[in-house]
Design a protein around this ligand. Sequence first.
Ligand code: ZN
Length: 128
Amino acid sequence: MTLSDPQVAALARQAVELLGPDIAITIEPASSHDPYGFGVTAWLVYPVIDRRPEFGLHVDSTMSPARALAQLLDGLGEHIGETERFRGRAFPPCPAGHEHPADVVLEDDAVLLRCPFGGGTSRIEPAA
Ligand SMILES: [Zn+2]
């Protein structure tokens, strides 16, 4: 099974919803590393924050939905604190409500957000 356009859109929506429901996303095709011609499709997901697409998050069709979601959450966590609106924001949110970001952990077909200090775990089922 490989990821498709609508799945990537749904997963991207799910990831940015954790930041804010008003955040739009733009998705563009990306060049993929496909040396053997297996038909790998890749996308760049741009969260549109303060009307600007700030940074592109790369996912490709070899990823499971959970893996793609985890990658989007990790990517948002890495870059979101650099934007004006979310400067200094810890993301994804710690399930215990602490001020540090949660660790993003893949577990089977789901993504876990885990407090790095044992404060608990929340489980996210991929939307696609
Ligand atoms: Zn915590």
